[in-house]
Write a protein that binds this ligand. Sequence first.
Ligand code: ATP
Ligand code: PRP
Ligand code: MG
Length: 290
Amino acid sequence: METNIETTLRIALQKKGRLHDDSMGLMKESGIKFNIGNGRLVAQSTGFPIEALFLRDDDIPQSVFDGVADLGVVGENEYAEKGYELDIVKRLGFSKCRLSLAIPKSEHYTGVGWFNGKKIATSYPEILKKFFAEKKIQADIHEIAGSVEIAPGIGLADAIFDIVSSGSTLVANSLKEVAVVMKSEALLVANKNLDEEKRALLEQMLFRFDAVQAANSNKYVLLNAPNEKVKNIVDILPGMKSPTVLPLAEAGWSSIHSVINEDKFWEVIDQLKENGAQGILIIPIEKMIL
Ligand SMILES: Nc1ncnc2c1ncn2[C@@H]1O[C@H](COP(=O)(O)OP(=O)(O)OP(=O)(O)O)[C@@H](O)[C@H]1O
Ligand SMILES: O=P(O)(O)OC[C@H]1O[C@H](OP(=O)(O)OP(=O)(O)O)[C@H](O)[C@@H]1O
Ligand SMILES: [Mg+2]
């Protein structure tokens, strides 16, 4: 008898670390929950035909390239370092950081030429090699797996090339950032040879991710305004279509409802107040289908 094997996607996610929680959060908000526990490294899901492989982030690009996984969530830094050709399906907007060169703060920086003849500690030798080749810098790249920032202080290197976010690790180690080589965020990557059925499933998953991302970056705005100011306020608030305007019980006043990008909201708040807006409520959106 012929069995009907349903197509299932496989996604490689970080087992634990900075990418793990946000990756799992995105899946959960998209209605995809994994049955994890007991240290299991493969997990089935409920809510979508997908299973997860939990790996170290270093191994995610290769697992997707080899087809062990169809998809992966990985930092752009790790994707660039490993150099495997993958499809970048979506930029996910979390785990934002940069890869920078940093030197002891007591050093006088004279431009990238400073690095000529220096020893630089890093976990990202390939990205750094490329950068130095472009800039025609001859330097000694010393690969270490972690705690890169302590290398100059213990005499292991003259400088470092590592991840920077707030910059507090650099400050704590008496270093200063002198050049940003690349910016990074989490990427959803895919194997280049997914079959049609898997691509169709990926599209369905992306639809959910888009709804989650749109919801997270937008807010529902409610405010009250005198009727004569409604036109001005509607012009200030760019909604998904046009804002909804409803009469209030109090004569001469209306309630205006709209959806607005969170960043934009802070830009227009003063204009709204100048136009007599009152009782402004900003409400999170659970999902948003455009
Ligand atoms: N301080 C930070 N701020 C924002 N994003 C960061 C920061 N540090 C790292 N990241 C991003 O998160 C990714 C994972 O970081 P993490 O520190 O968990 O990696 P790791 O120690 O290499 O983990 P693994 O055990 O999986 O190899 C990095 O590759 C980078 O893209
Ligand atoms: O600029 P900052 O905000 O200080 O962030 C940068 C630090 O964050 C990461 O380390 P993490 O804290 O994840 O520790 P680990 O990777 O060494 O475990 C990265 O390796 C840097 O050391
Ligand atoms: Mg790693």
